[in-house]
Design a protein around this ligand. Structure first.
Ligand code: MSP
Length: 683
């Protein structure tokens, strides 16, 4: 039986995850869903990397123990994986791995012992004790060579810009230098081992440049938060040795109970999905450890690019340009985020992530594109075909009529197009070219959309002789939608299910192998479900201003010295002073008269009593939503000190305050539920 095992890196438990971390999970999840959909038994693993000096320091800073720190980060991870429907409950990962699980200790120790008991390809001990002298970056968890740091006292990490730690102590070493040929053998005999190819070339030239032995332990007195070296508890294992091994311990290497629960024998070797930032660890050290232990190397190491901000800067907490998961989750549909990530980033290259881009793509590709195609097709089936999927065939006797309309009478044309698109889509997907696969899917959306527009169903509906032509057009559109649901399921699981339901179909799109789709299997007569927008349009201006504003209450928690309004470098103006607010003179008013303004369908002319000698004349753009006579006597709120201005020849001496919602900005007048005199000031 064919199986598939895919992993994400395990994320450091020192800080909360952001979009970059979410991205690898989305890619892993998409791959896992597509394999499951194709009937392949699949295991998808993600988790956290919880040991090492970096976690120890983060915990200390937060006043927690390292375990508490890890638990805290893990609980946030679980919350977010659930919110983004990536957890087991939502059909996502099979297991959330933590390197603090006792079975992991057993498995890592077993791997160490196996390596220690064996010889390298050149006949030397694979692990030996020595002395390490050099610089270490806690954030990278990496020993740095001269070309990897900025000289200084102490030197600083080129990636993190933080001071390096001086290490001078006894250490166990892994004899990496004896594995260059064995590694090069793997790379050359298996061209798919490192993907994409450009990354493989980088790794190959690194290995050809010569490998140095790797320090794989620290004295417990320097790093205590980690796994002790078997037989020498005065040493703690190097965190990368510990972390990389999670890919096999999670499925049962070195622990029978886990083996029974998951299945090392069944699933290993797997595909390790990583960011290009940690490719060297995965494509050089990791296979070398496995070769040394006599365990199979991964099936493939696949590296994706990094997300940068819209200005091309790396995302980092220091630059405050990270995309935070709770913001994304609050304002965007999960499937829109998944779609964006997979469509926008050419897999393997870096990609820019900005909220504006995300909103634009959601509106253009999802709301106006796929979502609109789905709702217009289904709405027309409801209207013209009594909510039943019509027949896709045009009978002989009606062919002549159909031909006159310009509608293609041969449905194999569109069927052929979508079959070719399906094959290309699957091929791109197999090659992890998600962006290209989605382009192909959207070429189907465009094609079907055009077919509908060209056929002008609203005209066909008026002609009794064209009823079957109209049916055929709508059938083709609905059948194409069924195919799209199946193809897009791994990328947009929720939306694909929702569209499937609206098509009135039984079963589920995740149970259909896209390669087995056959044109015409959408049953004629199917009663479609309730038609609802799958991807509501986003109000860009409003959303951007909401995203840039901290939530209510959050403002109180930010000390004034760092408040965004005072932080000129941020360029964000979120807060105003009470004095700014006091400049606005808001008054209670009562509507004395209201009438429509001649030649305007938007404006009402109001006379409002603000408790002054004379009533004010105020124009309000609410005529489409409020009947003038219903406003008589109503208490409202008026901006009383707004500079008067003329609209259509009438002076407006103030402005009515109303909430505004929905796409069209529907106004709702502010009012009072208690008695209040005219002219009272709002403060
Ligand atoms: N703990 C190690 C991995 C050990 S795996 C045996 C680690 N953790 S990490 O939390 O720093 O980052 C893990 C991964 O998060 C990166 O490799 C990458 O997959 C992802 N990303 C973090 N920031 C990213 C971006 N800005 N863009 C895309 N992915 C990024 O390294």
């Amino acid at each position: 039986m064919k199986t598939f095992y895919v992993t994400t890196p395990i994320y450091y438990a020192n800080s909360l995850p952001h979009l970059g971390h979410l991205y690898t999970m989305i890619v892993g999840d998409t791959l896992a869903r597509s394999k499951r959909q194709r009937g392949i038994e699949t295991y998808f693993l993600t988790g956290t990397d919880e040991h090492g000096i970096n976690i120890e320091r983060a915990a200390q800073k937060a006043g927690r123990t390292p375990q508490q720190q890890a638990d805290y980060v893990v609980s946030y991870f679980k919350e977010m994986t659930s919110a983004f429907a990536l957890d087991t409950e939502h059909g996502g990962y099979d297991f959330f791995m933590r390197t603090t699980y006792p079975f992991h200790y057993e498995g890592v120790s077993e791997l160490w012992r196996r390596i220690a008991a064996r010889k390298t390809p050149r006949g030397n001990d694979a692990i030996y004790k020595g002395h390490y002298e050099g610089w270490f970056c806690a954030a990278c968890a990496e020993y740095k060579t001269e070309d990897q740091y900025q000289k200084g006292d102490p030197p600083t990490c080129l990636i993190h810009d933080t001071p390096l730690d001086r290490v001078s102590e006894e250490s166990y070493f892994f004899r990496l230098s004896d594995f260059d040929e064995a590694l090069l053998d793997v790379y050359t005999s298996r061209p798919d081992f490192i993907r994409p190819e450009s990354r493989a070339n980088e790794v190959i030239s690194f290995v050809r440049g010569g490998l140095q032995d790797l320090s794989i332990s620290r004295l417990k007195t320097s790093v205590s938060w980690g796994i002790p070296v078997p037989g020498d508890p005065a040493h703690t294992m190097y965190v990368w040795f510990d972390a990389l091994t999670n890919y096999i311990t999670a499925i049962g290497f070195g622990n029978e109970e886990r083996e029974r629960a998951a299945g090392f024998e069944k699933f290993w070797p797997g595909v390790n999905l990583v960011g290009k930032d940690i490719l060297r660890f995965h494509a050089v050290y990791w296979p070398a450890f496995l070769l040394a232990a006599g365990v199979e190397v991964p099936r493939a190491v696949v590296a994706h690019g990094m997300w940068v901000d819209p200005n091309g800067r790396k995302m980092s907490k220091t630059l405050r340009n990270t995309i935070e998961l709770d913001v994304l989750q609050k304002h965007f549909a999960v499937d829109a985020v998944r779609y964006f990530c997979l469509r926008e980033m050419v897999f393997g290259q870096d990609g820019r992530f900005g909220y504006e881009n995300l909103i634009d793509r959601t509106n253009s590709d999802l709301a106006s594109g796929l979502g609109n195609l789905s709702s217009r097709t289904l709405t027309m089936i409801a209207r013209y075909c009594d909510s039943r999927v019509p027949s896709g065939k045009i009978p002989e006797e009606k062919l002549l009529f159909a031909k006159r309309t310009g509608v293609d009478t041969d449905q194999t044309t569109v069927a052929g197009f979508i079959e070719t698109a399906r094959d290309q889509f699957l091929l791109h997907f197999e090659n992890m070219a998600f962006s290209r696969a989605l382009e192909v899917a959207w070429s189907v959306v465009a094609r079907v959309d055009k077919m509908i527009t060209d056929a002008k169903p609203w005209d066909l509906a008026k002609d009794e002789n064209q009823k079957l032509t109209l049916g055929a057009v709508l059938y083709r559109a609905a059948e194409s939608l069924r195919w799209l649901c199946v193809l897009l399921f791994p990328v947009m699981p929720q939306a694909s299910h929702a569209m499937w339901k609206q098509l009135g179909l039984g079963g589920a799109p995740d149970r259909i192998d896209p390669s087995t789709l056959k044109w015409g299997e959408l049953p004629e007569g199917t009663r479609i479900g309730d038609v609802q927008p799958v991807f509501p349009r986003l109000d860009k201006a409003r959303l951007l201003s909401e995203i840039n504003q901290p939530a209510q209450g959050e403002a109180n928690q930010i000390p004034s010295s760092t408040s965004p309004a005072t932080d000129a470098a941020e360029g964000v103006k979120t807060f105003i002073d009470i004095d700014d607010f006091a400049k606005v003179d808001l008054r209670v008013g009562q509507v004395l008269s209201a009438e429509r303004l001649p030649k305007s369908d938007k404006l009402l002319l109001l006379k409002v009593d603000l408790g002054e000698a004379e009533p004010r004349q105020v124009l309000a753009g609410i005529a489409q939503y409020y009947e003038p006579e219903k406003l008589l006597g109503r208490k409202i709120v008026v901006v009383a000190n707004l500079k008067p201005r003329k609209l259509r020849g009438y002076e407006s001496q103030g402005m009515v305050v109303a909430a505004s919602y929905g796409e069209e900005g529907r106004p709702v007048l502010a009012t009072f539920t208690e008695d209040v005199p005219n002219g009272a000031r709002l403060k």
